[in-house]
Ligand binder design. Structure first.
Ligand code: DGY
Length: 326
């Protein structure tokens, strides 16, 4: 009997994931270590039973049409699944999985890092020496920032990663953790002491505002001029979820005009952000190139989990980690 056919959109997926697939499937892999061009995706997916993709691949109706009716499962090696047309998958009965949990610790650590780096002005401080700005050995108010102790943290999107961020923040002695989420109450967070508030109240009260929500119709550009104007002028804003939840021109204005003090972004639009993009000209922003889960161990777990989801469906079993269907 012939083996099921799988198309993988990149060759530099951790080998453990590919090896798993190869045990049971015929695996075709796009050969360039870069986001697959549209035409290669459309060609590669033809006649496949499963698609193994990344967050850089837009998976829409055209891709599914090109694949054909035998396509049973799409597994993305990412937590986010906003690049996949889930409604279309549902209509066609195509199973869709993501890779939750396995990168939670990595992303939470990076989020806390950004909070501290932006709050305590670590980049400014490190650059001060290289730029020859360290004139006096010590000055009472030079490079003063604000740390986490006694601060109010507002987490927007209290899912697994939001909760993991909160768990890491509590030992810093934060005063309060507020959260806003479309779904609430969220018991594990409330058991740790988080308090649900409306979005506007969170913005007004928080010293640090953290975007941890999925990108969806409801969260698209949630952080816009109105939201930034409601934050404290001393507030630090951090986003490690998806660039689309922020109205970037509005963020630029807010940072430039001192509506908020600083921002740290691991995600933005577009990715990659051009080197001469206006955000890069601001002194009070830290920009990272989407490295939230960039630890080898986490990426290996993500790669194998995506493979296991495909194998499970091809074996007639349910997905290990299905994405929520509408
Ligand atoms: C994800 O998994 O969705 C992250 O953004 C990539 O690390």
């Amino acid at each position: 009997m012939s083996k099921p056919k799988v198309f993988v959109t990149r060759p530099d997926v951790p080998q453990a994931g590919i090896d798993l697939l190869k045990e049971k499937c015929d695996v075709e892999i796009y050969d360039q270590p870069m986001p697959i061009p549209r035409d290669a995706l459309i060609k590669g997916v033809q006649g496949k039973d499963a698609l193994y993709c990344l967050l850089t691949d837009k998976i829409d109706k055209d891709v599914m049409d090109a694949a054909g009716p035998q396509l049973k499962v799409i597994a993305t090696m990412s937590v986010g699944f906003d690049h996949i047309d889930i409604n279309e998958c549902k209509a066609r009965n195509i199973a869709v999985s993501n890779t939750p949990d396995v990168s939670t610790d990595s992303v939470a650590e990076l989020t806390v890092t950004l909070l501290l780096v932006c709050g305590r002005r670590i980049m400014d401080s490190a650059n001060a020496i290289k730029n020859g700005e360290w004139i006096y050995s010590w000055s009472p108010l030079w490079l003063c920032g604000r740390g986490l102790t006694n601060s109010t943290i507002g987490i927007v999107g209290m899912g697994r990663i939001g909760q993991a961020v909160m768990k890491r923040l509590l030992p810093f002695g934060v005063k309060k953790v507020l959260y806003y989420d479309l779904f609430h109450p969220i018991k594990p967070a409330e058991d740790m002491g988080a308090q649900y508030v409306e979005f506007e109240e969170l913005l007004k009260e928080s010293d640090f505002v953290v975007a941890m929500c999925n990108l969806s119709e409801q969260t698209k550009e949630l952080f816009n001029a109105k939201a930034f104007s409601q934050m404290k002028p001393t507030a630090v804003f951090v986003n490690t979820s998806r660039g689309g939840v922020v109205q970037q021109d509005d963020l630029y204005e807010a940072l430039k005009n001192g509506k908020i003090r600083a921002a740290g972004l691991d995600v933005m639009i577009p990715e990659p952000l051009p080197r001469d993009h206006k955000l890069t000209t601001l002194p009070n922003i830290v920009l990272l190139p989407h490295v939230g889960s960039a630890e080898e161990a986490a990426r290996i777990e993500m790669a194998t989990l995506a493979a296991k989801n495909i194998l499970s469906v091809l074996d007639g079993k349910p997905l290990v980690t299905p994405v929520p269907m509408p």
